[in-house]
Design a protein around this ligand. Structure first.
Ligand code: SF4
Length: 278
């Protein structure tokens, strides 16, 4: 992504103020951070500038703004909700003064009050965490998971999301599990409150509670070079999952599960090889 220091080299660095900013650097930062037009500087040199890179920088900004607006909306929807009634339905513990709910999210202690979310005592570092956590509360709960599993493609209106899940969830997880091995994976699953499944037919399988009512089922098949089959992961969801998360948040949950597993597996010192089951 383009930085203000890279962009400012395109200006004459004269700090003339014609763009409405006191310095050229302030102008460059405003282009990238608040969407000011490049042409507001009459002297800027646009020759050879990669406009796609500029657009990507400002698109990211727009996405960030949209996320923040959406998070504010979700938060506002929770204000009238009775947390004491909702907590047991979501597998959470109700805390009084101020009203809040506590539950594990990816094995981390998560507390949501009407004003804020903390994960292991810290504010969430990723917008997807806030969106899916607020949506979990907003769902109002429903039928508890009962162990009937579905792929994302079996849920309604998911055609455009299946590729996203594959790109940001299943494929990176398959690469990571091929490299990291079974022992590390088992320990990480256990640390997250999940369990390994032995009778799955896959080379590795685990059920992990992303949220108390949102278990996810990971199946891994090691590569078979002689058959030309690459390593593969499939992430499955309980058939009642849409009672607790909408499709977008569901994909976020699988992406964040993947992010978490990759980070944890990368930090584990020992490795055991994954063998294809006979
Ligand atoms: S108009 Fe251009 S040269 Fe003048 S301060 Fe703004 S960015 Fe710098």
């Amino acid at each position: 992504m383009l930085s203000p220091l890279q962009l400012v080299r395109r200006t004459p660095l004269s700090n003339c103020g014609a763009c409405g900013f006191p310095t050229c650097l302030a102008f460059a930062a405003a282009v990238l951070k608040v969407g000011k037009k490049l042409t507001d500087c009459p002297f800027i040199n646009l020759k050879g500038l990669d406009m796609t890179e500029v657009r990507q920088s400002t698109d990211n900004l727009q996405l960030e703004k949209k996320d923040l607006q959406f998070i504010a909306f979700l938060k506002s929807e929770l204000q009238p909700v009775d947390f004491s009634r909702l907590a047991p339905v979501l597998g959470a513990i109700y805390q009084d003064t101020p009203p809040a709910m506590a539950f594990p999210y990816l094995g981390q202690k998560t507390i949501i009050s009407k004003d804020e979310i903390t994960i292991n005592g810290q504010p969430p570092g990723d917008h997807r965490d806030q969106i899916l956590l607020y949506n979990y509360l907003r769902s109002g709960g429903g039928r508890a998971p009962d162990g009937e599993w579905l792929g994302l493609e079996s849920l309604p209106n998911t055609i455009s999301k299946v590729k996203t899940l594959s790109t940001y969830g299943e494929e990176p997880l398959a690469r990571c599990l091929s490299a990291e091995g079974a022992g590390n994976f088992q320990r990480t699953v256990h640390d997250m409150g999940g369990r390994m499944i032995t009778e799955s037919g896959a080379d590795l399988a685990a059920r992990i509670p992303v949220l108390p009512m949102v278990p996810e089922y990971i199946l891994f098949w090691a590569a078979e070079p002689e058959e030309n089959f690459p390593a593969r992961v499939k992430i499955l969801f309980d058939h009642h999952i849409l009672d607790f998360l909408d499709i977008e948040s569901l994909v976020f949950s699988a992406e964040r599960l993947t992010d978490y597993l990759l980070a944890r597996l990368a930090n584990k010192p020992d490795k055991d090889s994954v063998e294809r089951q006979p």
